[in-house]
Design a protein around this ligand. Structure first.
Ligand code: AMP
Length: 355
């Protein structure tokens, strides 16, 4: 067990790192952030920060030497950087999990391999493969870059008449995955924490509404049947176990119109759809991560309220003034100076009586 006072390294300087650092501080741990810029959202609230590039071995070694354990807050941190730190200090979740989730093809292969249903898909390695796939396509599909995609980046909606050249260019990267379009009833996610002894704590499934491929609103809990709620949670627990996860995992799923659950994506870290847990649960997803990687017992996921979490994206950040005057609205701002379209600037959680 790592005693309070120890230093938790966080690779990545975004808002997730910020909220991990705040949860760490609450339990008496020190956070040390590694990020490309000095004034990152996470570094602003951390005890220490290393400013460096992910391909700078000296900076990575300096960071590793200064921490007792490390984690990451962003999936697209180069695997080599994470492995370099892991050769020197424990990194949790283990880097192999990050590598699986960094590649949509590996991720779906892993999920199908353990019997978890996903949307049907095929690999498209090059333009010629895409042209062949589009020629035999029945119905709509989504072309995604296999790597480095998030918030809808590198995604192109396609149909049987789509020109392969245009779609390939818009996807904009080496290897692609062509997924059947899911005409879903809703999107849900489950955040689960798993500790050293295999103990697990899951939050209830929540419903996620996206605007322009970016999470806009999370409704906690989701309005699924009791059986679907159980199934979603059990899928998440199963994946966490099969990954031998130590930390926090978010599992995003589509609920199809005929009631099936298809896993869309995994994130081996706290997730935007779990932000509501800060204000509505006994233990937040961020504290669970700190507990899991420090070898403390996981906390209770009991919720004292239902919640609706609204992201403040781009210019929406200016609505904080109204929100802060609203009784019961919990305002979270990430300390980002530049407002850009699509940039997550903060969020507001509104608590509601438990259903
Ligand atoms: P992703 O980056 O895979 O999480 O995709 C971002 C969002 O795009 C998802 O949350 C869905 O709203 C939408 N999306 C992605 N893949 C599909 C699909 N195969 N069918 C329908 N919608 C999708």
């Amino acid at each position: 067990m790592l005693e309070p006072g120890a230093t938790i390294g966080i690779l990545g300087g975004g808002q997730l790192g910020r909220m991990i650092a705040m949860a760490a501080a609450r339990l008496g741990y020190r956070a040390h952030v590694f990020a490309g810029e000095g004034d990152s959202p996470a570094a602003q609230v951390a005890a220490t920060a290393t400013v460096g590039a992910y391909d700078d071995p000296h900076k990575l070694d300096e960071f590793a030497a200064a921490v007792d354990v490390a984690t990451f807050e962003f999936e697209n941190i180069p695997a080599d950087a994470v492995r370099r730190v892991a050769a020197r200090k424990p990194v949790m979740p283990r880097p192999e999990i990050l590598e699986i989730t960094q590649d949509r093809l590996r991720e779906k292969g892993f999920l199908n391999g353990i019997g978890v249903a996903t949307t049907s898909y095929q690999e498209v390695g090059d333009l010629a493969a895409l042209a062949r796939a589009l020629a035999s396509l029945e119905g709509r599909a989504v072309l995604k870059s296999a790597r480095m995609g998030y918030d809808g980046k590198g995604q192109v909606a396609v149909h049987p008449g789509t020109s392969p050249d245009g779609a390939w260019l818009r996807m904009g990267s080496g290897r692609g995955i062509l997924e059947r379009f899911v005409d879903f009833q809703c999107e849900v996610s489950v955040v689960v924490a798993r500790g050293e002894d295999g103990a697990m704590a899951a939050y209830p499934p929540v419903e996620n509404r996206h605007v322009n491929h970016i999470l806009d609103t999370t409704i906690a809990p989701a309005s699924l049947s009791v059986a679907q709620m159980r199934e979603a949670e059990s899928i998440a627990r199963d994946i966490a176990t099969r990954l031998d996860l130590l930390g926090v995992l978010a599992v995003e799923m589509f609920v199809t119109r005929d009631g099936r659950l298809l896993v869309n994506e995994l994130a081996p870290r706290p997730h935007n759809s779990g932000h509501w847990t800060i204000d509505a649960c006994a233990t937040s997803q961020f504290e669970q991560l700190v507990r899991a990687i420090c070898g403390l017992p996981l906390g209770s996921t009991e919720r004292h309220a239902d919640a609706v979490m609204k992201n403040l994206i781009g210019d929406e950040v200016h609505t904080w003034r109204q929100a802060i005057a609203e009784p019961g609205a919990q305002v979270h701002l990430y300390g980002k100076r530049a407002v850009r379209p699509g940039r997550k600037m903060g969020h507001v959680t509104r608590l509601l009586p438990r259903r």
